[in-house]
Design a protein around this ligand. Structure first.
Ligand SMILES: Cc1ncc(COP(=O)(O)O)c(C=O)c1O
Length: 471
């Protein structure tokens, strides 16, 4: 590596990024490309000879950029956001430069100790139980799988690790019908079997019905199964439903079930004291995940995972070949034992930069802004004759649909809303995704990009009305 050359190149890259953000709102949110269009511009085999970085960068602009969906665009309202911010980007550049692996304390003492401290800062700032200990994982999917594997081994007194699952009881897992597909995936991968995942009906507020959960557990026990775990969702993906954690926790407690709380998106709102009610009953949970990379100004990837009893977790994941032993093992945290991967990126650095650069108040202000705009635009839509709110604002998410007067056929309205969504997304001016509410196709609107200002929301609403009228 030539440091002088590196300096020129990284400065150029940094300037490129700054310019990208300066121009971002003029780009099309979703690219107008066809499947295979980008791949067709890439040679079928890797080059034998090296190329200059300037040639590679030129191709980046020519081939890659036209195929990018711009997640940081102010009019990105689809899925849940994946936040970025200047301090997090700077930290990511430094992380790339250091290029360390934080698998053991010894392989990066600062990486480990900063991670532990950042997780304490967040835990305390969110009012979570002080006994909880956490680590950073890649995604909420990984955290939920980690939680279910730990629950499984606790129930088997860790025999499954050695003997496998052939003699194990038939475990059952519970979540609401609104839970994210990562729960299904975790059940599949943990060897529990999708047939043993119970999707519990939700109520009119899209929250799991505790009495239906209790009945399902009893039915499974009566049928000879062994209830293992419940995954409660705080902020469901479709409409932002909040499962009643305390009531679920009491049921889990009575049956000795593991309770995992998935707050992948909504968890960031726990920084707001006025939103803490959703975490009532936290002390009954065994594990909890939220993604600062969704709504806490932190670049992807950064998923924060807490457990009530860290020994239960490390007993499930600890493995110690000779080459990983270090002299300090008994005194330090070795995050290799806290989850599935051995190698770990230095992700705590960007959390530290974000928390210091914005302060908790700066982050809270952004969250409150998004929540207020969501309420405001939903109120505006609800006063329109040809539109209806399908699910009310839950933090910074609501859903709506177009239902022009005189049109009542359900299938026709579904098709109309699917066409509206496609037309909006094809316009390149905004990006939304759909969900189904009580069986009907609706459009989700989630405000969460740090680039979004109120004017973008208002302009987008104008676009929605105009596009709907043109269908
Ligand atoms: C409630 C919920 N849980 C889990 C996930 C999966 O998140 P990840 O991409 O971090 O695995 C999502 C994604 O949007 C989600 O909304």
């Amino acid at each position: 590596m030539n440091p002088a050359e590196l300096s020129v190149q990284t400065r150029a890259a940094a300037d490129w990024i700054a310019q990208y953000y300066a121009q971002l709102e003029h780009r099309s949110v979703k690219p107008a490309v066809w499947p295979g269009e980008i791949a067709a511009q890439l040679p079928a085999a890797a080059p034998e000879q090296g190329d200059s970085l300037s040639a590679i960068l030129a191709d980046f602009e020519r081939i890659v950029l036209p195929g990018i969906t711009h997640w940081q665009h102010p009019n990105f309202y689809a899925y849940f956001p994946a936040n970025a911010s200047s301090p997090a980007i700077v930290a990511e550049i430094l992380t790339a430069g250091l290029a360390v692996n934080c698998m053991l304390w010894q392989t990066s003492p600062a990486g480990t100790e900063l991670e532990a401290r950042m997780l304490e800062w967040l835990r305390d700032a969110m009012g979570l139980p002080r006994s909880w200990a956490g680590s950073i994982q890649t995604t909420a999917s990984e955290a939920t799988l980690t939680a279910l594997l730990t629950a499984r081994e606790r129930a088997l007194d860790w025999r499954g690790l050695r003997q496998g699952l052939s003699g194990a009881p038939r475990f059952t897992v519970y979540c609401s019908e609104e839970a994210h597909s990562s729960v299904d995936k975790a059940v599949m991968i943990a060897g529990l079997g999708l047939d043993n995942l119970r999707k519990i009906p939700s109520d009119e507020k899209f929250a799991l019905r505790p009495e239906a959960l209790a009945a399902a557990i009893q039915a499974d026990v009566a049928a000879g199964a062994r209830p293992l775990a419940v995954v409660a969702t705080l902020g469901t993906t479709g409409v932002g439903g909040i499962d009643p954690l305390r009531k679920i926790g009491e049921i889990c407690h009575a049956h000795r079930l593991w309770l995992h709380a998935d707050a992948a998106w909504a968890g960031s709102a726990l920084l707001l004291p006025e939103c803490r009610a959703m975490m009532d009953g936290a002390e009954l949970a065994d594990s909890f995940v939220f993604n600062p990379h969704k709504w806490m100004l932190t670049n992807f990837d950064c998923s924060v995972f807490y457990v009530r009893d860290r020994k239960t977790l490390t007993r499930t994941f600890e493995i110690l070949p000779e080459y990983l032993k270090t002299a300090e093992d008994s005194e330090v945290i070795n995050y290799r034992d806290w989850g599935i991967p051995l190698g770990r990126r230095f992700r705590a650095l960007k959390l530290w930069f974000v928390l210091r650069a914005f302060g908790l108040e700066g982050i809270r202000a952004k969250l409150r802004e998004h929540i207020a705009w969501t309420t405001q635009i939903a109120r505006q839509i609800s006063s329109e004759k040809d539109f209806e709110i399908s699910s009310p604002p839950a933090l910074a998410l609501f859903s709506f649909r177009y239902c022009p007067r005189g049109k009542t056929d359900a299938a026709e309205l579904d098709a109309l809303n699917a066409r509206l969504l496609a037309a909006l997304n094809d316009s390149g001016q905004a990006y939304f995704t759909q969900t189904r509410v009580r069986g009907r196709t609706v459009i989700r609107w989630c405000i969460g990009s740090p680039q979004t200002e109120w004017r973008h929301v208002e302009e987008t609403w104008g676009l929605v009305r105009k596009t709907a009228a043109s269908l």
